[in-house]
Design a protein around this ligand. Structure first.
Ligand code: ATP
Length: 299
């Protein structure tokens, strides 16, 4: 399990991360989402003990990662896949870490196979690696010590579609075996496919968090009518969620058919009825981050 409690990081007057608290549970994939500059990397670096918080603290498996002996045996970290020694081959990079962690040399072969780096690729110096190869090597490094926790910052960055699918399966399998996964990504559809829980951050603050199912179960139908007040009341009485959107229509959790039936029974004429075109995480992400604009967050 990963626990962040009131994590705060200030650079001068600027709060890069402001009072961020969340947990990432074993057996689940927790997605960390937010626009550029939201504070994701800074938070992950604090969780990993690489950036010292101004306030608050984080634990991984019950203790700060900084004070965990041989942390690579319990926690696999991929923060910046380009931060590999350019003059070493992929195999040398892994072999050196394996030796430092007290792992047998065969573990290097095992992780190379898991991440799909060929023998020829593993003998190339990493300066010649593509971004996708660097990500695979970074993941191999994270998996080397057979950890029970994975912390991955943008792991799908630079991977081709097959690589992204492979990454999804790897992360899902890891969680299915009881592992804890915290990952950030800009690929919203990918996050939707892979995450059990979501933490959405903007301007350094948590904007929303919860299970993906809960967060994504938002209003999905848009409707306008001759009497929106009466229709909203009828939808509510029928047990459906309903709210007025910024564009003036009603958004409801009822399906288009359910709206039609409720409107008929209430005697309200519909003037527009449509299933929302953008649903799921993309909608949630833009709604949440738009509602908490930078000015509001800064205020
Ligand atoms: N060492 C630093 N010194 C000063 N400001 C910093 C430092 N590191 C990060 N910041 C600032 O903190 C804020 C959060 O940055 P961070 O890299 O954590 O965001 P992010 O969500 O990971 O963004 P991205 O998706 O673009 O990688 C940004 O405004 C950034 O400019």
């Amino acid at each position: 399990m990963i626990t962040a409690q009131h994590l705060t990081k200030r650079y001068g007057d600027h709060a890069a991360v402001d009072d961020v608290s969340f947990t990432a549970q074993p057996g689940r994939v927790t997605g960390f989402l937010g626009p550029n500059g939201a504070g994701k990397s800074t938070t992950m670096r604090m969780v990993c003990g690489l950036t010292v918080p101004t306030a608050g603290h984080a634990t991984v498996l019950g203790r700060p990662l900084r004070s965990t002996p041989n942390p690579g045996r319990t926690v696999g970290v991929l923060l910046d896949a380009s931060a590999q020694h350019a003059g070493r081959t992929g195999r040398e990079t892994l072999a050196l870490s394996a030796r430092l962690m007290g792992l047998p040399p065969r573990r290097v072969e095992e992780v190379l196979e898991i991440v799909g780096l060929t023998a020829a690729e593993s003998r190339k110096r990493t300066r010649g690696y593509s971004l996708g190869m660097r990500q695979r090597l970074g993941l191999a490094h994270a998996l080397l010590g057979d950890p029970t926790v994975l912390i991955l910052d943008e792991p799908a960055n630079g991977l081709d579609p097959a690589g992204i699918r492979w990454m999804r399966e790897l992360v899902r399998d890891f969680a299915a075996q009881g592992g804890t996964v915290l990952l950030s990504s800009h690929l919203l559809r990918e996050m939707e496919a892979v995450c059990d829980d979501l933490v959405i951050i903007g301007g350094g603050r948590i904007l929303a968090q919860g299970s993906a199912g809960e967060l994504l179960r938002g209003p999905s139908t848009r409707v306008r009518s001759a009497d929106d007040g009466a229709l909203a009341a009828a939808l509510t009485r029928a047990g459906h969620g309903v709210e007025r959107t910024d564009e003036g229509s009603l958004a409801t959790t009822a399906s288009t058919e359910q709206v039609g039936r409720v409107a008929l029974a209430a005697g309200v004429a519909l003037t527009e009825l449509r299933a929302a075109t953008t649903t799921g995480l993309e909608q949630l992400f833009f709604d949440t981050t738009a509602r908490h604009g930078r000015e509001e967050i800064a205020a």
